[in-house]
Structures are given as C-alpha cells and as structure tokens.
Design a protein around this ligand. Structure first.
Ligand code: ADP
Length: 642
C-alpha cells in the first residue's frame, strides 16, 4: 500500500478569529454544538435528496435518510453520521477552512474588540465551529457521490490535516473527541434532552443505538421464566420529525417556535413575532415566518444569503428563495411549503414561476398587515421591531409601489413635538393637522440636536406647526417616492416657500413691503456680490431669530441628497440655492449702514461673505474656503475688541 499523503492546511484568518471567539464568548452556550451539527447533517440530506429528484443514481449508494449519533464512552467520542451530500476534497478545504458568508471579515474584526458580547456573535451563527467548545479534536470523514473519501482533522487552533479515508458510502461522519469539561454530552439522557429541545422537528430520523437490558423471550414472545436479563442494542429515533409548519397553529407552543426559529435562523435569541398561516385559493401553501428580535450581522451586506426556505410537499427545495420575499423584507426567516409546484422544478424556472409570484404577493400583504396589527395592539413590541428593521422596511417605499401606502402606515418618525426617541406615525401627524394645513413637513438632519437647531424651524415653531424629523440617510432617498400620504403632500422645510395662513400672509406682505423700501438696494447689491453661488437673494418669511438662511429650490436636491450623490462617487448636478435674509435682524441694519457709508469697503464684503458662509454652515453645507472664513472671523473678533 502506498503511503497516504497528509496535507496540512492553515485556517483562514476569519476562521481563526471565529474559533477564538467561539471558545471565549460562547462557553455558556455550549449546548448549541449539537443543534448546529444536526442542522448541517439535515441540510446535507436535503441537498442530496433534492439532487435525487433529477438524478436517481445517487439513491443507489444509500437512501433511507437518517442522522445517527454514536457514543463511545471509553474513547470519549460522540459521532454524528449522516448519509447526506458529503464533501469532496476541495469542498472540505473551502467549507471547513474558510467562511463563505460575505461581510464576515469586517464583522469578526469588529467583534474581536467586544469579545464578551454574546448578543453580537449571536447575529452571526457559528455553525460547525461550535464543535470546538466541547471537543479538543474534531475528525470529519466524508464522501461525496462518485468521489473519494477524505478525513479532516483539527484541534481548532491553527489549522487542519487532510488525508484519504476508507469510507465507502456517501455521507459525513463528524467525530468529536469530547474535552474533559464536557463529558456530560456523552450521556444518553443528556443527548436525548438536547435533541428533544433543539431538533425535535428535524425532518429526518435522528437515531441512536441504545443498550437495553431485556429478559429473553420464549417462542411465543413471553419473557422466559427465571432467565437473567440480557444486554441488547436497540436503535431508537429520538425526534418526532413533525414539520412544525404543518401542525395546527394552536398545537405549537412558543418554546417549539423558539427552537425551530433558532434552527433555521442560527440565532441565539427568541423571535419577536410568529406569522403562521395556511393559504387556500388559487395556490395553496403553508407559511411559517418569524420576525427576529435583532438584526443579523449581514443585514446590509448586498450578496448575503437571504430569503425564506422553500419546500414543495414537505421536500426541501432551497434555503434562500429570494423571490419569495422582496429585499425590503429580507430580515424575515421561515418556511413556505406548497403542493402546487412540480417537485422537479429547476431553480431557474422557479425564478419566473407565476405561482411563486402569487405566493410572494400574499406573503408580503400578510406580513405588512401583521406589522400593522402589532403597531396598533402592541406598540412596545412594534417599537422593538422598528428599531431593528425600520431602515430596511423603508426601502419598500422605493421598490414596492403597490404596497407603498401600507408601508408608509408603518413608518415612525421623531418630530418637533416628540421627545428624544419618541415617535409619531404619519397617520398621527395627519390627524392632528390644523384644518388649513395641506402639507406634511419634514426636516432631514444627521441627528435630533442638529435638526432642532436648524433656522428652518423658526417659523414652524412660531406657527406651532409640527415638523417630522428624518434622521436616517435613507429617508432622503425614499421619502420623495412617497410624495404624499392620505392626500397630503410631503415637503422638506428647507425647500421653497413656507405655507402661511391668511393672517400670516397679510403680516408677511406688509413686512416684505417695508423691507423692500428699506433694504432693496442692499438686497440687489448682495445678489450681485454672491451671483456666482446664489440664484436669488430674497427677504425671508421663515426666519424670526437667525439673520439669514440658505433655502433650496422647490425642485432642488436637499443637502443630504447631494452628500449621497458624492458618497456614491457621482457628481451632484450643479444647483444654485436661494439666500433668504431676515429684515428684522439688527445685523441687516448694520450691513446696510456699511453699504450706505461705502459700498466698496472691504469690511462690507467681509460681512456679506460671512453672512453667506454661516448660512451654509447652519444648513449643514460645507463652506468652500474654511481658511478664508476663519481669517475673516478672526479679523472681526480682533477689531471688535477695540
Ligand atoms: P453553515 O452551515 O452556516 O453554512 P457551517 O460552518 O456549519 O456553516 O458549515 C460550513 C459548510 O460546511 C456548510 O455550508 C456545508 O457546505 C458544509 N458542511 C458542514 N457539515 C456538513 C455535512 N454534515 N455534510 C455536508 N456538508 C457539510
């Protein structure tokens, strides 16, 4: 026999980081190792069973799907064997030596800083690597269909060793050499308990050979008299294998839901909400969906696996059927099972299947209406949901025209009338509107403090009009898509003219007239001075305290939108803004005096440029030449001392 060549491989950095975290942060959650290994075994069987639908040759090797647990107390090993898809030599290296999930590197690097945050690592799902919490050595012996068997061995530190193995049937054995502190996992009752708790609903039998003492029986099957008990091995199935989604709603306990959720979501926490229903009509299907209570680490990673699991007649078809739910509901976890699709349908055909489209539409409606009910009936729970997933949900305003109104009803915003981190819905805003107000006003800013300090709010405060505060970057992109809600137009307060009632209009007109009489020449002069940057200079109807502000054209892009363009590497279309002056501010009188005394004075120019620059700053824009701004300000302060 030729000598077997041993390959020695190092773990990729992200695996080493994960292993380090698993061992250091999750020691109080050791139990999950078995659930993770059973999940992997059950996924592996799902995959080969799916393949067998179109290629029956895989069944010749072995079928009778099952997951077997074997304990050897003397050797301190616990082995999980499945007759699933197995792994080839190269798959072994990739699957158990790297982590394929996108965004992993960044996430793990962040986690290294915060090792004790179980919550954070719970967002990740540690999978196979959880084995190293209970084992000081793990051996994986595996064989894929029509390929050679290999053995992978590791102590979970630097790397692993690979060598050819003797295994003759397809599938995988994971042998855990249980460490000194985890011997309890070799106990039959401990294992039974864990399986009942975490993996009862797994679709395939999880079996174990159990040693029983039995009195031998006679030919008729009755216990022989005076016979000594004999040791016998019986194979027992430890799980009930009931597809939880097929059970009647009321027969499922919250505990069962929690465990099933953790099985499919690889999460540590319990789900926030369960949506379970059976749809009948042109397409029949069962849906069991969970809303997680915290976002996964890769919620915003573009190509992360997301979607629901699709089953056809209880046969698993795929794990992240993206076209079952739109991306803005990508936080949902769950299962859809239907009898109305052909079992051997290809993944490509599924993408454009009209039945699936119907199912998807139905699910979206149901999820949105469940969220609405949650918002009305259990606001505290809804707030938790919204804080975790509100940002993602908002994407729907842009992408799902048909459900825009329903999504808008679910939105919450802080406002000038709420406290910090208290919210108002658009509905509440609209129902509290004074009769004469036809517009829903909002203001976008980075945070509440800068939003409230904005000069744009001055008139609104005086008029006692509520303004919604949009404090997330996405608001700027998606709110224009909404355009209106319940017949009321949405409008940024930094744009266009302000809305005044008849009385306010009269006062404003009188003030404007007076301002023109006093300052018209100055206004024209400022306009000519700033012509390169400003489209128009006008007297303000919105300012009561500040001397001036930048206002955007009715159709113009808000400052945040311009920033977003820049962040995406695009050139924001050149736009000139409007400068509004407050004729009642004493600064204007002061500038006018300078202007009248000597329109060519350098001091006058400094004042005008400073006025413009500070308007840019209070509106959140950058000023073109901060050095010049600073010099002007310094000179002014020095002069002011004399
Ligand atoms: P996850 O299951 O979340 O993908 P794991 O780290 O648990 O992550 O497993 C990594 C990969 O290893 C799996 O995606 C799968 O391809 C492969 N794998 C793990 N266990 C098995 C098994 N029992 N049979 C076949 N492949 C497996």
């Amino acid at each position: 026999m030729t000598e077997k060549t041993v390959e020695k491989c190092e773990f990729k950095t992200e695996v080493s980081q994960l292993l380090d975290l698993v061992v250091h942060s999750l020691y109080s959650h050791k139990d999950i190792f078995l659930r993770e290994l059973i999940s992997n075994a059950s996924d592996a069987i799902d995959k080969i069973r799916y393949q067998s639908l179109t290629d029956s040759s895989v069944l010749e090797e072995n079928s009778g799907w099952q997951i077997k647990i074997t304990v050897d107390k003397e050797k301190s090993t616990l082995t999980l064997s499945d007759n699933g898809i197995g792994m080839t030599h190269d798959e072994l290296i990739t699957n158990l030596g790297t982590i394929a999930k996108s965004g992993t590197k960044e996430f793990l690097a962040a986690l290294q800083q915060d090792k004790n945050n179980v919550n954070l690592i719970g967002k990740f799902g540690v999978g196979f690597y959880a084995s190293f919490m209970v084992a000081d050595k793990v051996v994986v012996i595996t064989k894929a269909h029509q390929s050679d068997a290999y053995q992978w061995t590791s102590d979970g530190k630097q790397g692993f060793e690979l060598l050819p193995a003797e295994k003759t049937t397809r599938g995988t054995d994971v042998v855990l050499h249980i460490n000194a502190e985890s011997k309890a996992y070799l106990d039959e009752y401990e294992i039974r308990g864990l399986i009942k708790k975490y993996s009862d609903f797994v679709e395939f039998p999880i079996v174990m050979d159990i040693e029983r003492e039995e009195i031998p029986k006679d030919a008729e099957g009755n216990p022989k008299e005076n016979a000594q008990p004999e040791k016998k091995i019986v194979t027992e199935t430890l799980n009930s294998m009931k597809a939880i989604w097929a059970k009647p709603k009321n027969d499922i306990s919250q505990e069962e839901h929690n465990e099933f959720y953790r099985h499919i979501a690889h999460d540590f926490t319990d789900p926030l909400e369960v949506i379970h229903y059976h749809a009948e009509g042109t397409v029949e299907f069962k849906v069991l969906i969970y809303i997680p209570s915290q976002p996964p680490f890769d919620l915003f990673v573009r190509d992360a696996a997301k979607g629901l699991q699709l089953y056809i007649n209880r046969v698993f078809i795929m794990s992240d059927a993206k076209n079952l739910i739109p991306p803005y509901l990508r936080f949902l976890k769950g299962v859809v099972d239907t009898n109305d699709l052909p079992l051997n349908i290809s993944r490509e055909l599924l993408q454009q299947n009209p039945q699936l489209e119907k199912i998807s539409k139905n699910i979206v409606k149901k999820v949105l209406s469940s969220l609405k009910t949650m918002k009305e009936k259990d606001y505290d729970k809804y707030l938790k949901f919204y804080q975790a997933f509100g940002t993602v949900l908002k994407e729907g305003l842009h992408y799902d025209q048909a459900n825009r109104e329903a999504i808008a009803e679910l939105l919450l915003f802080e406002s000038t009338k709420t406290k910090n981190r208290e919210y108002r819905s658009l509905d509440q805003y609209v129902s509290d509107l004074p009769e004469d107000q036809k517009i829903i006003y909002f203001h976008t800013a980075e945070d509440r403090v800068s939003a409230l300090a904005s000069p744009y709010l001055e008139t609104f405060r005086k008029q006692n009009r509520e303004v919604l505060l949009m404090l997330e970057a996405i608001d700027e992109i998606v709110l224009p898509d909404l355009f209106e809600f319940k017949g009321k137009q949405l409008k940024a307060i930094s744009k266009g003219e302000v809305e005044l009632n008849d009385e306010e209009k009269k006062t404003a007109e009188a003030e404007q007239k007076k301002a023109s009489e006093t300052y018209q020449d100055l206004l024209s002069y400022i306009q000519s001075k700033l012509a390169a940057n400003i489209k128009e200079v006008r007297f303000s109807k919105r300012l009561t305290e500040s001397p001036a502000c930048i206002v955007l054209d009715e159709m113009g892009m808000t400052r945040q939108m311009q920033d977003l363009f820049k962040a995406m590497g695009k050139e924001a279309p050149q736009q000139k803004n409007i400068l509004e002056l407050n004729p009642n501010h004493s600064l204007l009188a002061k500038i006018d005096n300078l202007f009248k005394a000597d329109p060519t004075s350098e001091k006058l120019t400094d004042y005008i440029v400073l006025l413009y620059d500070q308007s840019l700053l209070t509106a959140g824009f950058k000023i073109k030449d901060p050095m010049a701004f600073s010099k002007r300000l310094t000179d002014l302060m020095v002069a002011g001392e004399n």
